[in-house]
Design a binder for this molecule. Structure first.
Ligand code: HEC
Ligand code: HEC
Length: 156
């Protein structure tokens, strides 16, 4: 009896964690500089989408930031690196690729986006996989639900 109840609880827990993959809210302890500095050119990316070593590599080369210069004063840089590392993922499928690493190249990202046709990543409405808000209309609010997808051809 006890075991049956416990395994039901385990199943419920697994289901609720799986359902939460569409919610990536900004962690409550985000310094104000995170949105201001890392959200001025693109979405302030959820820290859980890269590993700690990846974030350290991103933050070590802000002067050579994917073809841009995103340099910060050392105090702010350190504060943001600490925040990103604190909320980084420990899962190997969240490891980025490239130099600096891209979260859009992780095994997790590719798997979640396997239904997106290659050509659509370069569509004029999207331009780049890093442009989350082109498809996820509520990404700024941390919501990535299927029914919020902006491109009609991608909706379920
Ligand atoms: C001056 C503009 C600018 C600022 C400020 C900026 N970025 Fe970027 N970032 C870019 C550009 C440009 C790209 C590449 C976008 C593309 O390839 O479509 C990028 C890409 C990224 C990527 C890789 C996205 C992918 O394709 O997987 C990460 C991670 C990232 N930025 C993190 C940050 C963090 C953290 C900060 C704050 C410390 C920051 N950025 C501040 C311009 C900026
Ligand atoms: C070309 C459009 C497009 C772009 C750009 C895009 N996505 Fe997605 N994303 C999708 C589609 C389509 C799905 C699958 C939606 C579904 O059916 O649940 C998805 C799924 C997801 C999921 C899983 C949602 C769930 O229900 O579990 C997350 C999280 C996510 N994307 C985050 C991102 C992030 C972060 C970025 C930017 C770095 C991004 N996406 C860029 C189209 C896109």
């Amino acid at each position: 009896m006890r075991t049956a109840k416990l395994s039901l609880l385990a199943v419920a827990l697994i289901l609720s964690t799986a359902a939460r993959a569409d919610r990536l809210p900004l962690p409550a302890d985000a310094p104000p500089s995170f949105k201001a500095e890392c959200g001025s050119c693109h979405l302030p990316y959820p820290p859980a989408l890269l590993t700690a070593p990846d974030w350290k590599r991103v933050m070590a080369r802000l002067d050579k930031h994917y073809g841009d210069n995103a340099s910060l004063d050392e105090k702010t840089r350190r504060e943001l690196e600490d925040f990103l590392v604190r909320h980084a993922s420990a899962r190997s499928r969240m490891a980025g690729e490239g130099d600096p690493p891209r979260l859009t190249a992780s095994a997790w990202f590719r798997r979640e986006h396997r239904q997106v046709p290659q050509a659509l990543w370069r569509d004029a409405r999207v331009k780049s996989a890093s442009n989350c808000t082109a498809c996820h209309s509520r990404a700024e609010q941390g919501s990535y639900r299927g029914r919020e997808i902006a491109l009609p051809e991608l909706r379920d």
